[in-house]
Design a protein around this ligand. Structure first.
Ligand code: PHE
Length: 491
């Protein structure tokens, strides 16, 4: 390779960048609703166990592969064993598919931030009074979703073109601390609201109901479903199985500790996910109790108010994209004069989280182009911009003018989401573990972890996970997800 590879300035810059990639829409939006669906503390507990075992193992593998080969995922697998070229190709397809639709959603977030800013300037006008209509109108408008998506992609492109140190590192140094403090600020505010305590209990106390059938019997099927949900979330949230950690690892200096870095990235990512739950669940709980626990609902739960409350909160938290773009604006509206300010801070925080994640995705695409074609970063960024913008058009217009075109009965954006999260990511993760455990052998990775001069403390856990447990768990996700999405598996 003729061009000198960039490196992070120091270990902290790497940890911050990897955490910035990991902390994204998955933490702020997906984690809270999964926690609310799957029994609060029960889900959090299962999630934590998975992060420190399976998540740790996969992230260690990816970063080590990157640092050892000094290459991004497209060529890194081939460098270790030419027969596994296909793994690099699959791992490259994932960010290429995800980044366009992630940017489209990022564009939606910018739109909401601007809308709240306008409401601060002119409190008389409230475009979000009917948030469902606002959201539906916006995503189905001809150029709204498309235009804001393009703005979002352009911002990412500018950061990437500036390079690893001047672009990615610097932007993370500004956005990540701001994100953290805004999240703490909002969660403290939320936790002091009347009625927040019940919402907190709902969120944090392990609730075994989610593991029991209607007649109160423990169900292994439901436990399996909860574990699958937590595992899928963990992959997504830690930005695993899509080559990002390989690319970011390839910029890591030999003297930096991979093991310590991974542990810190996990802590940051999980902390923000839990804080996101603190920001969102109590307010949605209060909102659901005040608006949705109707006499009819109580009657349908045989007069059991607690059961009716649970049902109302679950429904309010279940809304997929609607949770962030429809339910939360309704919830914020209840804050009266503070609403536009809370809304603006919240969506600014989400913009930062989404931008830093999208930048990491975009960067892996650019790094792959540079490695493959030996192209200069600026040219590769430019080239990738057009490719991403082109692909984003499908997701952006898929809810509007192209709404009647579907792939496997799904809208473009949902189809891309399914193919990557449910099929390709578990596939790449499973094959990577088999590749490391049985082909290049775990020793290759262990040596890379120890290259910084300190012993690999979790070596035993790492070996057992890589060779046996991870491939089994990941196969289960793959089969479970495919069955669930094709309608064979309903609980
Ligand atoms: N980890 C990010 C999140 O939690 C999502 C992401 C997905 C980031 C894919 C990069 C790549 O939102």
């Amino acid at each position: 390779m003729s061009q000198k590879r960039s490196t992070w300035s120091n270990q902290f810059a790497f940890i911050l960048a990897a955490a910035a990639s990991a902390i994204g829409l998955g933490n702020l939006w997906r984690f809270p609703y999964l926690a609310a669906q799957y029994g609060g503390g029960t889900f959090i507990l299962i999630y934590l166990i998975l992060v420190v075992t399976l998540g740790f193992t996969l992230m260690t593998i990816e970063i080590s592969i990157g640092r050892k080969t000094n290459q991004s995922q497209l060529t890194a697998y081939t460098a270790l064993n030419p027969k596994f070229k296909i793994l690099g190709i699959l791992a490259t397809i994932i960010p290429v598919v995800i980044v366009p639709y992630y940017c489209v959603i990022g564009g939606w977030v910018i739109k909401y931030f601007i809308t709240y800013c306008k409401m601060i300037i002119n409190p008389q006008v409230n475009p979000l009074a009917n948030s469902g209509e606002f959201f539906g109108g916006f995503i189905s408008s001809n150029f709204g979703s498309f235009g804001f998506g393009m703005i979002f992609i352009l911002i990412c492109a500018m950061v990437i073109a500036l390079g690893v140190k001047n672009g990615i590192e610097k932007s993370n140094k500004i956005m990540m601390p701001l994100l953290f403090f805004m999240a703490i600020g909002i969660s403290v505010y939320v936790c002091t609201l009347d009625g927040a305590l019940d919402g907190l209990k709902y969120y944090l106390i392990p609730n075994m109901d989610c593991l029991s059938t209607a007649d109160g019997k423990f169900s292994f099927a439901l436990l399996g479903k909860t574990i699958l949900g937590a595992m899928g979330q963990m992959f997504y949230s830690l930005s695993l199985a899509m080559g990002i950690m390989i690319t970011y690892g390839s910029y890591l200096r030999k003297t930096d500790s991979i093991e310590k870095s991974v542990r810190r990235i996990e802590i940051f990512d999980t902390l923000i996910a839990i804080i996101a739950g603190l920001m969102i669940i109590p307010v949605v709980y209060i909102y659901a109790v005040n608006n949705n626990v109707t006499p009819e609902l109580i009657a349908s739960c045989n007069g059991d108010v607690a059961a009716a409350t649970n049902a109302a909160v679950k429904t309010a938290m279940n809304a997929g994209p609607g949770l962030m773009f429809v339910t939360l604006p309704n919830v914020f509206a209840g804050f009266g004069a503070a609403a536009p300010y809370i809304g603006a801070v919240f969506f600014l925080l989400v913009i930062f989280a989404a931008l830093t994640s999208a930048i990491s995705l975009y960067e892996t695409c650019v790094a792959s182009i540079c490695d493959l074609l030996n192209m200069e970063r600026k040219n590769a960024t430019f080239f990738a911009f057009f490719a991403i913008a082109f692909l984003a058009t499908f997701s952006a217009l898929g809810y509007g003018p192209w709404a009647n075109i579907t792939v496997c009965k799904l809208q473009f954006l949902d189809f891309f989401d399914f193919v990557t999260n449910s099929v390709l990511m578990p596939l790449v993760a499973g094959l990577t573990c088999i590749f490391v455990g049985w082909v290049i052998k775990t020793k290759t990775i262990e040596d890379e972890v120890e290259a910084c001069g300190t012993p690999f403390k979790s070596r035993k856990l790492f070996v057992i996970m890589t060779k046996y447990i991870a491939p089994i768990l990941v196969t289960l996700i793959l089969v479970g997800e495919i069955l669930r999405n094709t309608g064979f598996f309903k609980i």
